[in-house]
Write a new protein. Structure first.
Length: 426
């Protein structure tokens, strides 16, 4: 049995023939919030000019948006475990619609910043609940592949969203971006209402202790803590490199911002290809084996980058980014499969697991990005960045080595979990 406590056979029967529809829904739900983040970035200078405020104030439409993404996930995940996936998704995206309308009619920059925060809170519901839905519908060995498939499709949207935002702003003004986001959110709500089955029934108030019990159970599991930290540390590699990259390439290497953008796109391409390969090979290999394969590539790329930095070869963008592509290719295997492991430890608390993981990912990632920007701006060589990437790669591997139990122990935990689920269905 691979299901979740409270999941009916009707859900499986409904979801099976509509796998493509479900995939499109999962991509839309998980992707709307991050795409909305990136769409506004090209318009930030225009925002500052229109409202007569400093660009640093306009930047808060991005920074507080990320805070909203982090805060929402720790809240919406447990709520989806408690009340079901559909009602929480519908409520979250309705909040996003209302906040998007607030952005559309904002008369001052503070009003826009506040509306953007609530836009993120509502939109992040899709990010956290989509992972829980994947775990509801698919067995543990297929979760990593499905997450990779969603990420691969999402990556395409994220890569073109700044261009789409720039084109909308140039042709119709920055408010056109929010017209597009509002329309997309309305379509998503309609799709959820008509096509998404409930994959998790609301808990019986008399039999559920709620978030604290779920959190206590998850945090007492070495498997969950290990997988979660592995995923969080793997994602921090992306935040760290992105935070320092502009300073390293533009300031230290004296290259143009256009050249930096072109080189940075290679990292996204490697990550996309890694996810597609994970989709291809995940059904044929154990989840932990795929994680270790990715960790080996991460470590190899990080070590090579440090070697190039110490020998001085890293002063050329080609050496830095081609090696970093190896890191990002392996990172795709680590992130999707460690996320699958984390939300599979206690399937009936998949929402809580997903929310906790997403909250830590955004929170720790923002700190890494800020620290990396300091490294890039205060040193004349990429070596400090190389050391930071290697340290994070080693820490990521350590979580799997020292925290995640061996297969025999995990098999015993899985049998206990299955027995608990079957008891709950009786």
């Amino acid at each position: 049995m691979h299901g979740v406590s409270g999941r009916s056979d009707a859900v499986l029967d409904t979801a099976a023939p509509a796998s493509r529809t479900m995939l499109v829904l999962l991509v839309a739900m998980s992707g709307l919030a991050p795409v909305t983040l990136y769409m506004l970035v090209p318009a930030l200078p225009v925002l500052a000019g229109d409202f007569g405020r400093d660009i640093a104030i306009a930047q808060m439409t991005v920074s507080l948006y990320m805070v909203g993404l982090a805060c929402s996930q720790i809240l919406m995940g447990p709520l989806s475990d408690r009340f079901g996936r559909r009602p929480v998704l519908l409520a979250g995206f309705c909040l996003m619609i209302a906040a998007s309308l607030g952005c559309l009619f904002a008369a001052t920059l503070p009003q826009l910043i506040a509306a953007r925060f609530f836009q993120a809170v509502g939109g992040a519901t899709g990010m956290v609940v989509s992972r829980a839905i994947i775990r509801d519908l698919y067995p543990r060995e297929r979760v990593g592949a499905m997450i990779s498939l969603v990420i691969a499709a999402l990556m395409i949207g994220q890569m073109i969203s700044p261009l789409a935002g720039g084109l909308l702003e140039h042709a119709f003004g920055w408010r056109a971006i929010f017209y597009a986001v509002t329309a997309a959110a309305i379509l998503t709500v309609c799709a959820i209402a008509f096509y998404l089955p409930e994959t998790r029934r609301a808990r019986d108030p008399g039999s559920a202790a709620g978030f604290r019990a779920d959190a206590r159970s998850l945090l007492s599991s070495r498997s969950f803590v290990g997988y979660m930290l592995c995923q969080v540390l793997a994602s921090s590699l992306i935040f760290t490199f992105a935070g320092a990259g502009p300073y390293v390439v533009v300031t230290q290497m004296g290259r143009s911002t256009v050249e930096y953008g072109a080189w940075f796109a290679t990292s996204g391409l490697a990550y996309l290809v890694g996810n597609l390969c994970c989709v291809r090979y995940a059904p044929h290999h154990a989840l932990d084996r795929l994680i270790w394969f990715g960790l080996a590539l991460q470590l190899a790329g990080a070590v090579l980058n440090l070697v190039w930095g110490v020998t001085g070869l890293n002063q050329l963008p080609s050496w830095l980014f081609i090696t970093h592509m190896l890191v990002m290719f392996g990172n795709a295997f680590v992130m999707s499969n460690s996320a699958a492991g984390a939300i599979s430890v206690r399937p009936q608390a998949a929402g809580t697991a997903s929310g906790t993981m997403g909250f830590l990912q955004m929170g720790f990632g923002s700190l890494c990005s800020q620290f990396a920007a300091w490294l890039g701006g205060h040193f004349a060589t990429p070596v400090p960045l190389n050391i930071a990437i290697l340290a994070l790669s080693l820490a990521c591997a350590s979580t799997m080595l020292f925290l995640v139990p061996r297969r025999s122990v995990m098999a015993t935990e899985a049998l206990i979990e299955q027995a608990e689920e079957e008891t709950g269905l009786m």
